[in-house]
Design a protein. Structure first.
Length: 212
């Protein structure tokens, strides 16, 4: 476990109220994992359902969204790159990035974006946020290459060794991804002092949700 993850765990010792009601997490399916689990994600799982799906601990998800939002808010918007190769993550990523002013890739990540200065799309972010470390592995590799921190939404089956902050979450579901990115946007904006309260934020989960 690296220093960032240790700091996250220490912060979790201080229990705070949930960012949204428990029912909102459960109805979004943010806790519904996959039928496979990785050893890395074992500590974020609390049971396996009769259909074989592993359930993620949404209370840990909540704490880590809070911590990730706080960490993100220490970076200027133009220093942040957020990516999603996954279809249902593309609208949430675009909405998050456009709302705060970050860089984004929704769809295929162009190889060399972080490592090849001759590319037209070349950027030098100071932080990478990925929707799925497996689907977004090219972006992860390049972030490791240039030595910037990585925040990852990690499902029950993800490997997490390259993540600086892990957000345990269903990273395949439409409503789940919308909920996580909605909260990250809200927490980022509060952390930067751009809005003073949840009410002032004014956006809804639906604004982030991909269409079928």
């Amino acid at each position: 476990m690296d220093n960032t993850e240790q700091a996250v765990q220490a912060e979790q010792e201080t229990k705070q109220p949930l960012l949204i009601p428990e029912e909102s997490y459960l109805s979004s399916g943010v806790h519904i994992g996959t039928q496979q689990k990785s050893a890395d994600m074992k500590r974020f799982l609390f049971k396996v359902r009769s259909d074989g799906l592993y359930m993620l601990d949404f209370k840990q998800t909540d704490q880590r969204i809070r911590t990730a939002g706080k960490f993100l808010s220490t970076f200027a918007p133009e220093e942040i790159l957020v990516v999603s190769a996954r279809q249902y993550g593309q609208k949430p990523v675009r909405t998050f990035a456009k709302k705060i002013g970050a860089h984004y890739f929704a769809g295929r990540f162009v190889p060399g974006t972080l490592t090849n200065p001759t590319l037209g799309d070349y950027i030098e972010p100071r932080l990478l946020l990925v929707t799925d470390p497996a689907a977004d592995q090219q972006a992860v590799r390049e972030a490791l290459n240039v030595g910037i921190p990585i925040i990852g939404l990690c499902d029950a089956n993800n490997e997490t060794k390259n993540m600086d902050i892990i957000i345990p979450a269903n990273n395949k579901g439409r409503r789940a991804l919308a909920t996580v990115y909605w909260l990250l946007t809200r927490e980022y904006m509060k952390g930067r002092g751009l809005v003073k309260s949840d009410e002032e934020f004014g956006m809804e989960v639906e604004d982030f949700e991909a269409q079928l």
